[in-house]
Write a protein that binds this ligand. Sequence first.
Ligand code: AMP
Length: 512
Amino acid sequence: MNFAQTLSKTTLTFADRPAISKGTMVIRNYGELSHRVAHLASAMRGELGLKKGDRVALIMTNCVETLEVLYACWHAGLAAVPVNAKLHPREFGFILSDSGTRACFVTSELIDSITDARTDAPGVEHMIDLGSSNYDSLLQRGTIEMEEVAPTDLAWLFYTSGTTGRPKGAMLSHRNLFSMTMNYLVDVDVIEPGDSMIHAAPMSHGSGLYALPHIARGANNVIPESGGFNVAETIQLIGHWQGVTFFFAPTMVTRLINSPDIDTADFSNLKTIVYGGAPMYLADTLKALDLLGPKLVQIYGQGESPMTITGLPKRFFLETNHPRYHDRLSSAGLARTDVEVQIVDDRGSPLPMGEIGEITCRGDVVMLGYWKNPKATANSLKNGWLWTGDIGIMDNEGFLTLKDRSKDMIISGGTNIYPREIEEVLLRHPSVLECAVVGRPHPDWGEEVVAFVVPHAGQNIVSEQLDTLCLDHIARFKRPKEYRVVDALAKNNYGKILKTELREKLERERAG
Ligand code: AMP
């Protein structure tokens, strides 16, 4: 079944309901959205000459056209390649060329960047500016029937965020998208027509993926006027729409709760904030709960198993009297309904509960493999299991705690040290806004621990205080040997801290 069926079924029943809004204004109802999708799909196959399975890139800041282009690709039997709008032209060029994209839909302000990128991607035949009459004219043609597809046909080529090296294209099939959608509806939240999902995070990534269950259930997809995340605007939109859901990276949650605007905000229309994609520290989770109410759901996933490996549903945030309440909130929750999770050793043998190893998972949500990269596929998919590259531990009640990416783990004196544990402790200090702990090569120990710490605006950080905090909470050998106070930490376009850059900086200092 073609995933675009979810839109046509919603339209049958809820044609008059709002489907896409901008700011506080409804732009299209479901009837109009479906009509435009069928016309655009027809133009893609007719006028643009695209054939079944061809790749179509979406390089857009979040906009009202994003979802119509996405569903038109599927309706026409094409594969969508949503690309983060904040990438560099060279990165656009790499993705366009690697994916073999033939047509590219672009928001007007990115046209110059994509024009530059096209020199690296000569295979791109059509570049369509969404603000142009050319785009409007594609919507004037006739319609086509929805293309028949196999469950394993490519639907979404998801380029990983690439915190190290070049991004890889995780191939997501129609079946993968169905599985992700069903898992949302079963584990994350119930969605009703009239609810709203506000897309403040990039739709090329988590927010766009979570538009899918919202379309399947007839909810309204709201694009902020700014096309992104702005605390004042976010609060205003929550006040306007009903049953509001967001997908936020943890840094967005912390920006919201640390904003002075929070004191006067009304969160009664806020239904759910789903957060994930990077660690959220316990202190921030507790503060968010306190300020927003029990509206948080955590998910752990990756492009290779989109949004769906484990999850921590709302009920566990409410069990404040549970003896392991804090441990549970610090965990990434339970294996999702349609996913099996195993912690394994280097050879892939399952480890007993409570032992640390690499997180592997399997289920219908797991990608087909990496696009044109059999070597990377063979490293990640083994005997039907996805090796996530994340290190974790599962307790005997099924809660998975993420330690770190395997490459971020520090080995000092032959012992594994998980930076996240130290970061959790440092964040307890009231002056610490953000921190990142990495390993620095050391002649005797292999590596030693270094902490980069960002203070809250106008506050001082005294290393001795941080050291005392660590001595109070973690084993001596895990304590950072240096605390380095910095103004900011480099992040990628998804808000993930680039630890590779910190390690390289330390390496350079050592060499120079
Ligand atoms: P991406 O493919 O860009 O979505 O990145 C996925 C990676 O982000 C995962 O492999 C984890 O390392 C990290 N990640 C995702 N969700 C969480 C979470 N809830 N807590 C901590 N790290 C996470």
